[in-house]
Design a protein around this ligand. Structure first.
Ligand SMILES: Cc1cc2nc3c(=O)[nH]c(=O)nc-3n(C[C@H](O)[C@H](O)[C@H](O)COP(=O)(O)O)c2cc1C
Ligand SMILES: [Mn+2]
Length: 489
């Protein structure tokens, strides 16, 4: 796909400039007076399931100071391209390809420490710390609490290797001065936390609740181990992300963030967390004891904005943006493992960009399709919580689920085309874990790699597809546009 020469530049640095851009696109809706208990979550739920639906900014939430806001549904419509720094008219597959290109060409730039920034407009400590001051919604009807961290990310440092990670892990308000968060095994923030716990030391931590949507996007995507997501996004932007240092921990966070919690996580203290409506469309991990973060400082801009991104049953908002970001990184990972002629990769929205992945290749040699499928299913970007990988020929549009399924039902043979990988990296969030596995804490599952390419050794004898060529279809559409381009009701 020819995205290499597409112009790439961000029209915004922070969430407020982003809102101004979304407004110019006519895609902002300003909603006053909705409740955190019910309305914000329910309206967000319905917006998430309609693409392209507008972005919602909730203000004047009863019980909270006017001006303390919540923003949801940021990644739809024309603002998709704007958020990623690309032209608004690019398709989702082109955007993904564009993101893969800049990941390759724009090298990371180390974040920069500055002394001041708007996030320091309000610094709360001691008795002024009150997590209930903010309009944190209850997102789903059966949630076990109010989740301030959905469109957020946690900043931690590896105590041995001294690198900074930012990762999105849900954050629940536990009481006035405490929050709890859930991190699945194997995630970078979890590796950091486990290292501190093994030393019996408390872990310094920061939670960034609202800020640059691009930073959130990459904090919730599988960036390689050891690479700081601030530096990755600084590279995309062509200038360092400016960070201030927390007074208590010294950890960095963006100077233009909206709302930041700083504190520490006890190595042993735990409290019930969940249930929470998860990205699979279930409350699968239920309630478990999880570590607590003691909040020692709250930093916020005047009239702070919580960036909200609650998972819903896929395909939803979360799935739409993750599909773009994860497909991009997955394609580059498969190529980096040495698989040639990978044409396109799509981590489909229907499986929240994890559980159903399609890879198209131009087959070059026997075994090429299986190689692509196995790498896609086990490289870092594709390994966590996967289920099905389908490998198709290059004539299939991987971002079109109907085409992928058509290839699968016509070019694969169930007995011979499916490989199974057992005991793979999964998660307590998998609704299909058996009760017995949960009991044993065996958070693994199996994977199916479905080879839906024309079988290599007789591909030339495979029946011809009865569709017109792309050129002939375009010609016909132009010639008979008066009938073919009729508006559909
Ligand atoms: C809205 C949202 C909520 C998420 N919640 C969690 C979570 O609670 N726990 C978790 O382990 N991963 C969660 N993720 C997925 C991680 O953010 C993702 O795997 C990311 O790559 C983690 O960062 P890391 O690779 O630096 O560990 C969430 C993602 C999104 C977009
Ligand atoms: Mn990371």
């Amino acid at each position: 796909m020819a995205t290499k020469n597409v112009q790439h530049a961000f029209a915004y640095d922070d969430l407020r400039e982003w809102i101004a851009e979304a407004d110019k696109l006519g895609e902002m809706r300003y909603l006053d007076g909705m409740s955190w208990e019910h309305d914000i979550g329910m309206v967000t739920e319905l917006l998430h399931h309609t693409d392209p639906a507008p972005c919602a900014l909730f203000d004047k939430v009863p019980g909270c100071p006017d001006g303390f806001r919540v923003l949801t549904n940021f990644f739809g419509g024309k603002r998709r391209g704007m958020t990623l720094g690309f032209p608004a008219d690019m398709s989702k597959l082109e955007l993904s390809e564009g993101l893969a290109d800049i990941t390759e060409t724009k090298k990371p730039i180390r974040h920069e420490i500055v002394e001041d920034g708007p996030v320091l407009e309000n610094v709360l400590k001691g008795d002024d710390i009150d997590m209930y001051k903010f309009p944190t919604p209850k997102w789903h009807s059966e949630d076990g609490g109010r989740y301030i961290g959905t469109g957020s990310y946690n900043v931690t440092e590896d105590p041995d290797e001294k690198w900074i990670n930012t990762g999105t892990y849900r954050v629940m308000v536990q009481d006035k001065k405490k929050v709890g968060f859930y991190i699945s095994p194997g995630k970078h923030g979890r590796i950091h936390r486990d290292k501190y716990a093994a030393r019996g030391e408390k872990m310094p931590a920061v939670v960034v609740v609202g800020g640059d949507p691009m930073m959130f996007l990459m904090a919730s995507t599988e960036v390689p181990y050891g690479l700081c997501e601030f530096d990755l996004v600084g590279g995309y932007r062509g200038k360092p992300i400016q960070c201030v240092k927390g007074e208590v921990t010294g950890l960095p966070f963006p100077a233009n963030a909206e709302l930041v919690l700083e504190g520490w996580v006890d190595p042993v203290e735990q409290k019930a967390e969940g249930p929470f409506g998860e990205w699979t469309g279930y409350y699968a991990s239920d309630t478990r004891p999880e570590p607590i973060m003691h909040v020692e400082r709250i930093y916020h801009r005047n009239d702070p904005i919580i960036l909200g991104c609650p998972p819903q049953r896929p395909p939803d908002e979360l799935a739409r943006y993750r599909a773009v970001a994860r497909s991009a990184l997955l394609k580059r990972s498969i190529e980096a493992a040495g698989v040639p002629d990978v044409v396109s990769v799509w981590a489909d929205e229907v499986g929240t960009a994890r559980m159903f992945v399609a890879v198209s290749i131009k087959q070059r040699y026997p075994g090429h399709a299986r190689q692509a499928g196995h790498v896609a299913c086990q490289c870092h970007v594709g390994a966590y919580a996967g289920k099905y990988v389908v490998v198709v020929d290059e004539d299939i549009d991987v971002s079109n689920l109907e085409e992928v399924m058509w290839a699968m039902v016509t070019r694969s043979d169930p007995e011979t085309s499916i490989d199974i990988v057992k005991n793979a990296w999964s998660t307590p969030l998998d609704p299909r874990l058996t009760p017995d596995q949960r009991e044993r804490k065996d958070f693994t599952n199996s994977r199916a790699i479905i080879d839906a390419c024309r079988p290599f050794h007789w591909r030339d004898q495979f029946p011809l597809v009865n569709m017109p060529s792309k050129e002939l279809a375009a010609e016909t559409r132009e010639k008979f546009s008066w009938v073919l381009d009729e508006p559909k009701n």
